[in-house]
Design a binder for this molecule. Sequence first.
Ligand SMILES: Cc1ncc(COP(=O)(O)O)c(C=O)c1O
Length: 399
Amino acid sequence: MSKTSEAVAAAERWTAHNYHPLPVVIADAEGAWVTDVDGKRYLDCLAGYSALNFGHRHPALIAAAHAQLDRVTLTSRAFIHDQFAEFCQKLTDLTGKDLILPMNTGAEAVETAIKVARKWGYLVKGVRPGQAKIIAMEGNFHGRTTTIVSFSTDPDARDDFGPYTPGFQLVPYGDLAALEAAIDENTVGVLVEPIQGEAGVLVPPAGFLPGVRELCTRNNVLMLADEIQSGLGRTGDTFACDDEAVVPDMYIMGKALGGGIVPVSAVAADQNVLGVLKPGEHGSTFGGNPLACAVGIAVIDLLRTGEFQERSRELGERLHTGLAKLIGDGVTEVRGRGLWAGVDIDPALMSGRDASVQLMERGVLAKDTHGSTIRLAPPLTITADEVDWALEQFHSVIA
Ligand SMILES: Cc1ncc(COP(=O)(O)O)c(C=O)c1O
């Protein structure tokens, strides 16, 4: 029995089956590559669903984490620590917003956005108590909490987890007329992924995000952009909203903010929005801890060079040009932007799961979603040769 089979069997035996991982057992990683327990190397084309935008163990991020580990790692928010202000200040610089509220996971940041939008609705907009409504999009993925799955349209994510949290209304993604019709005097927020990642890397029609912005402004509603997967360089810009020069009222960030080392999430908004919170109304023991802030500062410093956004733009073009050539040749459609692609495999040929298993056997790690779509989101540190090699492996799987 290989070490891999043993470790796969042990994982099956001892864990809840809330995931269906590929049978690869990773022992080491560096840059865009991981090595399994049997010594086989793989090109990581998933990058922790964009949590590893800077690759595995980026030297600057690891150095920041090591330095912080030797000093102080956790204080709770009962005290202030010496990394906190710098992290928040640098993140306000990156987002152009006044204030930051740090949390840990993406779902917590989304919950924060929901709570803040509701509170803003009551205190600032003057919505009657208990009436606040948030509009979300069909096909959304914002996390796994009971409130968030209440407005999921994915039966796997939602079914049997009720009773559901009220106060949400869904409209089709990309449909401005439906959004306009749904907005009423109780609407406090529109929650939107600038590109829907889990749904299969769905890019909305041009003009949709500016349209959402305009409708929100006109109706005194907060635009809440979930940039947890799309942000921080993934699409070739710092934020996916930048592509159409849209500035939401709140950026919701996570994943890559923790450099692939620690869970770090945050929301950024102006004083008139985040200022509605008072002590005791929201928080998290680990939110904004010293280790998270030290890594987060190093992440923001990397983003401020613009190098990763540029790599994503240039290499993304290479990736999309290569993938477009596969259309009609086992691939039916390719979507995405920058180093991020949703590739629909012809279901007559094979399932997305089969394709990801065959890619794995050829040394490329990627993951399927919704039956026949493969998601590609390699680290932004990937090289042109590695992109070409991954495309060759993709081609041989479907050829
Ligand atoms: C757009 C989006 N929002 C929220 C989340 C939830 O983040 P987390 O898994 O860190 O809770 C994800 C995770 O995939 C995501 O892609």
